[in-house]
Write a protein that binds this ligand. Structure first.
Ligand SMILES: [Zn+2]
Length: 292
């Protein structure tokens, strides 16, 4: 046990050194209304800078919080338009005509660089043929911006239909490692060249599902990543409330867990060949956003 602890500490220190040397594109973060009472926007900028985050994709609830983060942080903060335009927007966005209106206003002004995150949960409304969602899709096409989509369905068909019907829209498949295993994700990757896969929130403290006890990727996931090194990205997604439904009334302290989330992702990244690690940790997100 003692030996394990020493090894662990050594590993943390060692990986810490590697971390400091490499820039990270934290490709899936949120700054929401219920984060605010726990962590200020200035503190979030500070946390990201301390961790050498050189690029980050952020969605806010409400959407404007992502714009505030860019304003405070700088042009390395890439705001996506969240269809959750008010505190409880996740519940009714798909019925709200103001959602596509606000999306268009923000995209027209060049404030947003993508649309999402949009959630589709198995057995719940909406479905991917929802009229508001279809309007968001056509805005993504018109303004040539990617969409961040989380679909929890029992097979790959829903997402595959969506990405093959819209080959001109870049899509991020959020939170891979849930119901769909590597064999499903491989089908999506094969069918749709316009899709990137993200492993955000798949740490052992929340959704889990992709890694071994030592935080390296499970062999079948690792194999898939190595076969498609240009198509994976990751992010910390510091939303802690997913595990705390009983304390819904209090603020979300997810940003206080940033270090452990960050260390988790760097542990599996450090288990990859350097060239692959650099792609996932940095380059693929650049490519996805068309940056140099
Ligand atoms: Zn998310």
């Amino acid at each position: 046990m003692k030996n394990n602890l020493v090894l662990y500490l050594f590993f943390v220190l060692f990986s810490g050194q590697l971390i400091a040397a490499e820039k990270f594109a934290d490709s899936h973060i949120h700054y929401n209304w219920d984060h605010q009472e726990e962590t200020s926007i200035e503190e979030v900028v500070e946390i990201l800078k301390q961790h050498n985050v050189g690029l980050t994709i952020v969605a806010g609830t409400p959407s404007e919080l992502a714009l505030e983060l860019r304003e405070k942080g700088g042009d390395w903060v890439i705001p996506f338009f969240s269809p959750y335009i008010h505190a409880l927007g996740k519940r009714d966005w798909y019925l709200d005509k103001k959602v596509p209106e606000k999306a268009e206003q923000g995209l027209k002004k060049g404030l947003y660089y993508g649309i999402g995150e949009v959630h589709f949960m198995n057995g719940f409304q909406p479905k991917t043929d929802n009229p508001i969602f279809l309007q968001l899709l056509s805005l993504a096409r018109q303004y040539k911006v990617p969409m961040l989509i989380h679909i929890d369905s029992s097979n790959e068909i829903t997402f595959q239909r969506l990405c093959s019907a819209n080959p001109d829209i870049k899509m991020i498949f959020a939170h891979a490692g849930g119901i769909l295993g590597p064999e499903h994700i491989e089908k999506i990757l094969n069918h749709c060249a316009n899709v990137w896969i993200d492993f955000a929130a798949r740490d052992p403290w929340r959704y889990d599902g992709i890694s071994n006890e030592d935080y390296t990727l499970l062999p079948e996931w690792k194999k898939l990543v190595l076969n498609y090194p240009d198509r994976f990205i990751t992010g910390t997604d510091p939303v802690w409330q997913v595990t705390r439904w009983s304390t819904w009334a209090s603020g979300d302290d997810g940003w206080k867990h940033y270090q452990e989330l960050y260390d988790y992702h760097w542990t599996w990244l450090n288990d990859m060949p350097a060239a692959v690690r650099k792609k996932i940790a940095w380059q693929n997100t650049q490519d996805l956003l068309n940056k140099k």
